[in-house]
Write a protein that binds this ligand. Structure first.
Ligand code: PLP
Length: 371
């Protein structure tokens, strides 16, 4: 059976790792895109020690409220229309304000004094050049919002925080710090700051400010290019598995699968595994791609290469090195989890763990382990 198993305990562990890295900051745990593919309902109970959650759409925010999340919700792209701004107020959602139309909606329609929507995340474009005001615009907007009774968090987003030495990081930090100091001096010392995603939390510990915004690190994947999830003591929250559905021996010089892209150099024992791109396993992987076959008796794992093209419903693996009582019909096969980690699969597929996690299909069965 194709199965996605979620371990909420691992998420709690990773959240505690973030707390150790950023002990003086509040935590806005990012749960956008269905909690990076893990399922919001599955992971919210493990986030009770977070100070808030971050989402990208109002629908995601409503879902979290419906599931009983009654703490802070930050809407990272803000409202898309004046009507959405009104709906955000009705659900006590804290919006990002990143451009003039959102500023005007906020000034025209001020939430009640006790509403959580009185806190806004005002976005400063420090070099990502997607969302946000420039330095002058952010100062003007902050003044007007402050006068209208809003509490402000100055926010920006790193473009290259995964690479500690990228020159834009120092520039973004400098611009952010300068404007935050200006706002504190000229408007209010109460104005807060939020700069760091997961990679920023790991790489820039001197710049955590009031709120950090961890995403991928919570799910157990490394956010930085020079340290593995293992080195950061992160636990994988998701385990993606399937099973062996047939065994074969392919003769030397015979090719396997669509396009006959892989040819056996010698007689090769193969196993068919019931997973493919129709489940969310990447269609294109390189020769390093492997899975782990689990021996049901000892629970021990054996590494096997993925050979031939990944199809919609199946892959082929090389089980030549395994004894016949290990590679059995119905043996469990780990696509990602403890080994390989999703980060390794992402490398084999020339993409990021983020994408692999978010693009899983609805076909695999989902299991949530107890917290
Ligand atoms: C998604 C997101 C994050 C989290 O990013 P990670 O790289 O997953 O830690 C932080 N801040 C904003 C604004 C985001 O949209």
């Amino acid at each position: 059976m194709r199965t996605i198993t979620i371990q909420p305990k691992a998420l709690t562990h990773n959240l505690n790792q973030v707390k150790k890295l950023a002990p003086h900051s509040k935590i806005l745990a990012m749960v956008k895109s269905n909690a990076y593919g893990h399922g919001v309902a599955a992971i919210l109970p493990a986030l009770q020690q977070a100070d808030g959650i971050g989402v990208a759409t109002l629908t995601e925010a409503f879902e979290a409220r419906q599931l009983g999340w009654n703490k802070t919700i930050g809407l990272v792209e803000g409202a898309f229309t004046a009507d959405e701004w009104q709906q955000a107020i009705e659900h006590d959602i804290g919006c990002v304000i990143h451009h003039k139309p959102q500023l005007e909606w906020a000034l025209d329609n001020i939430p009640p004094a006790d509403s959580a929507s009185r806190v806004v995340w005002i976005k400063y474009n420090t070099g990502m050049n997607r969302l946000g005001f420039n330095a002058e615009g952010v100062i003007t907007a902050a003044k007007r919002l402050h006068e209208a009774g809003y509490q402000l968090i100055l926010a920006t987003h790193f473009a290259n925080a995964d690479d500690h030495d990228h020159p834009l990081n120092a520039m973004q930090i400098q611009r952010f710090t300068d404007v935050l100091n200006t706002l504190k001096e000229d408007i209010s010392a109460d104005i807060k700051g939020s700069l760091c995603n997961s990679a920023g939390i790991v790489n820039f510990s001197a710049h955590h400010h009031d709120w950090v915004r961890p995403g991928i690190i919570l799910y157990g994947s490394s956010p930085v290019i020079d340290k593995s999830a293992h080195e950061l003591d992160l636990q994988p929250v998701m385990s993606f598995s399937a099973q062996i559905i047939a065994l074969q021996t392919v003769s030397a010089n015979d090719a396997i699968g669509y396009g006959s892209s892989w040819t056996a150099q010698q007689d090769t024992k193969t196993a068919l595994v019931s997973v493919g791109y129709g489940d969310g396993y990447p269609r294109v992987v390189n020769a390093d791609a492997y899975v782990t076959v689990i021996d049901a008796d000892s629970n021990q794992g054996y590494r096997c290469s993925v050979i031939g093209r990944v199809a919609m419903d199946m892959i082929v693996i090389d089980v030549s090195a395994l004894s016949e009582d290990i590679a059995l019909l119905n043996s469990k096969v780990i696509l990602w989890g403890d080994a390989p980690r999703v980060d390794e699969v992402a490398t084999h597929a020339d993409t990021l763990s983020y994408e692999l996690l978010c693009r899983l299909s609805i076909r695999p069965k989902r299991i949530v382990d107890p917290l």
